[in-house]
Design a protein around this ligand. Structure first.
Ligand code: HEC
Ligand code: HEC
Length: 343
């Protein structure tokens, strides 16, 4: 079933020679988990990557959505592109071929069952409405390709791209109008309305788009919007990997949080200073959920783990301004998007 492509595997040695060598040794001693003689144990991560074509990824991601929805679709798209570029060890992951997926769509009644990893990401983790499946699935592939330290550089950029970009992108809409996507029959062939979610939550992203576009969450148009979005996120995954390869990550996608979020994070970030606000963490756009800053204006209600009062909180109106927060951020309501200085 899984054939070793040692030749293409050796070509991949350039990116991560250490890991690849372990892989080949590991493969020799592999104990067969599934009873086929060709089966080998997968080598240690990361598996490396080569330059990928973002427009090909956009089309794969869109097709992937049709078969595996957002989480499985983005994962399948990135992994398929990586497999085609690298061969082994990507060949040990169960990934139906593009042709098999298209045939499956042509003849859904054939009874053929297709399933991939990360498919649980659908609808914000099994329809729970939390993290959108597209960045979840794409990040999972990035996690396989890159060393973990670099994953932490690339993935937040993908998340930030998700928060700030109006989806579906112009490129995705154009590709649909040109009928250049792979599925034999589109859910919708229109150019679809675009909206930026300012949130990585499926719930917020789908809700915001539906409200703007006037289509219901169960409509074909919403589904097509998510297919194009899955293509866009897969394409961006490729763009970021390519930039990483050339050492251009910081210029291709400078990692900025919005001015507002940067203000909040001067006090509320991961750290040891509990009393100054370091009892939380994260990089999401704060104002998407927190629009009531009144707690900052009153007395400090903070209690430590020992139950002792921290003392007077002088009010974030003054402190916040000093910390570069700006008066608008402590006003009752933030204008959404107004303070976003990211392209
Ligand atoms: C997706 C919505 C959402 C986003 C985005 C968000 N928060 Fe929250 N945050 C919550 C919820 C829900 C709670 C818990 C309920 C509450 O206390 O309001 C919370 C709680 C907090 C608390 C209280 C302490 C705690 O951890 O329970 C702080 C401080 C906080 N958030 C700061 C931030 C900052 C700073 C950002 C941006 C970096 C941010 N939040 C982004 C939803 C969000
Ligand atoms: C100058 C430091 C500072 C800045 C800037 C700041 N905070 Fe806070 N924040 C605090 C401290 C300290 C507390 C705890 C206050 C208390 O509970 O009495 C707090 C409390 C909170 C809480 C919990 C409120 C509650 O009801 O328990 C939330 C939510 C929060 N901040 C969100 C934000 C967001 C969003 C921003 C940016 C718009 C922000 N903060 C900016 C210091 C700051």
């Amino acid at each position: 079933m899984n054939v070793l492509h040692r030749r293409s595997f050796l070509k991949g040695l350039a990116a991560f020679p250490g890991a690849a060598l372990c892989g080949i040794l590991g493969a020799k001693n592999a104990s067969a988990s599934i009873a086929t003689p060709e089966t080998v144990e997968a080598p240690a991560l990361p598996w490396g990557y080569k330059e990928l074509d973002p427009e090909y990824l956009r089309k794969l991601g869109h097709l992937g959505y049709y078969a595996f929805e957002c989480g499985g679709g983005a994962f399948w798209a990135m992994m398929t592109a990586l497999k085609e570029a690298m061969g082994y060890p990507y060949t040990v992951i169960p990934l139906p071929t593009r042709k098999a997926v298209i045939n499956h769509l042509k003849n859904k009644k054939s009874g053929m069952h297709l399933q991939v990893m990360m498919q649980f990401g659908v609808g914000g983790v099994a329809n729970f409405g939390s993290l959108c499946g597209a960045p979840n699935g794409a990040s999972s592939a990035i996690n396989i390709a890159l060393p973990m330290g670099d994953v932490k550089e690339v993935v937040p950029r993908l998340m930030r791209y998700y928060e700030t970009t109006p989806f579906p992108s112009d490129k995705a809409n154009e590709t649909a109008l040109k009928k250049a996507f792979y599925p034999p029959k589109y859910k919708s062939d229109k150019s679809l309305p675009q909206s930026a979610s300012h949130s990585v939550l499926c719930h917020v992203s789908v809700g915001g788009w539906c409200e703007k576009a006037g289509y219901a969450s169960g409509s074909k148009e919403r589904s097509e919007r998510c297919a194009r979005l899955t293509g866009d996120i897969s394409a961006m995954g490729g763009i970021l990997l390519n930039a990483h390869m050339k050492g251009e990550l910081h210029t291709v996608f400078p990692m900025k949080v919005s001015q507002e979020t940067a203000g909040c994070r001067t006090c509320h970030s991961k750290g040891k200073k509990y009393e100054s606000g370091q009892f939380t963490r994260g990089m999401m756009e704060c104002g998407n959920c927190h629009d009531d800053m009144r707690p900052h204006l009153g007395e400090n209600k903070l209690k430590t783990v020992y139950g002792a009062d921290i003392g007077k909180w002088s009010g974030a109106a003054a402190m916040g301004t000093a910390a570069g927060l700006g008066a608008h951020a402590v006003s009752k309501r933030f204008g959404k998007g107004e303070t976003d200085n990211d392209e």
